[in-house]
Design a protein around this ligand. Structure first.
Ligand code: SF4
Length: 208
C-alpha cells in the first residue's frame, strides 16, 4: 500500500481513491492524463501503485510518515490518488501531527470540500495548511462540468471558487490550477478569476 511517495523534494500523501469528480483526464482508471488534483511520479511503476485496496487509518498514515526524514522535504502534500478532502477530518488530524515537523503543508484538492461535508471547512484549515492548490480546470461552470462530471453538477464550480476565496481570506496561500492544453484566451480568463478570488493561477503541464 503506497501511503506516501517522493516527487522531487516533496513528500506526497495518498489516503483515498475516492473523489466527487469523475474527470475525463483522471489517471485513476488508467486511461486519462492528469491535470492536477494529484501529481504522480515517473518513479512509481504505473498508476496501479497508488490504488489503495483500503483506506489507511490516521495511525497508519502517521506510522508511515514516521519512517521518513520529514525535515528534509521542502513540503508535504496531501494529494491523490483520489480527492484527499473526501477524508477531511483525517487530513486535519495528520496535518496537526505534521505541524512543526515539516517546512510546509500543501493540499491538492478539487475544492469541493464544503459541498462534500455540508459545512465550511476552511476555518479548520487555517493555521494548518500553508498552501491550497485547487483544480480550476475551466473558465466557467458549464465547461468545468463537461470535463469533470462532479457529483454536484455545475454547482461544483461556484463552490470551488468560494472555497478558494475563503481559504485566501484566512491567510492560506491559494493557487488555482489549469492545464497547458487550454486555449490561451481561456487561461487568461482563468487567471482573472483566480486573482478575483484572492488567489493566483498556476499552469500545469498535462501528463499524458
Ligand atoms: S478531481 Fe482529481 S482525483 Fe478527482 S476525478 Fe478529477 S483528476 Fe481524478
Amino acid at each position: 500500500m503506497t501511503i506516501s511517495y517522493e516527487l522531487g523534494n516533496s513528500l506526497y500523501i495518498n489516503l483515498t481513491n475516492r473523489c466527487s469528480n469523475a474527470c475525463e483526464f483522471c489517471l485513476r482508471d488508467g486511461t486519462g492524463g492528469s491535470d492536477s488534483g494529484w501529481e504522480t511520479s515517473a518513479d512509481l511503476s504505473g498508476t496501479e501503485a497508488l490504488w489503495l485496496k483500503r483506506e489507511p487509518s490516521v495511525d497508519e498514515i502517521i506510522g508511515d510518515l514516521q519512517q521518513r526524514d520529514l525535515e528534509g522535504y521542502d513540503e508535504v502534500v496531501f494529494c491523490g490518488f483520489g480527492e484527499p478532502f473526501m477524508r477531511f477530518d483525517e487530513c486535519v488530524a495528520v496535518a496537526k501531527w505534521l505541524k512543526g515537523r515539516v517546512k510546509k503543508i500543501r493540499v491538492n484538492t478539487n475544492g469541493q470540500a464544503n459541498l462534500i461535508h455540508g459545512r465550511d471547512v476552511t476555518g479548520e484549515m487555517a493555521g494548518l495548511f500553508d498552501v491550497v492548490s485547487i483544480s480550476l480546470n475551466a473558465k466557467n461552470a458549464e465547461l468545468y462540468e463537461a470535463v469533470c462530471h462532479s457529483d454536484f453538477g455545475e454547482a461544483a464550480y461556484d463552490a470551488l471558487l468560494d472555497f478558494g476565496q475563503k481559504c485566501a481570506e484566512k491567510g492560506i496561500e491559494t493557487v488555482f490550477t489549469v492545464v497547458d492544453l487550454l486555449p490561451e484566451e481561456d487561461i487568461r480568463a482563468c487567471e482573472k478569476i483566480a486573482n478575483s478570488r484572492g488567489g493566483k493561477l498556476r499552469i500545469r503541464k498535462y501528463i499524458s
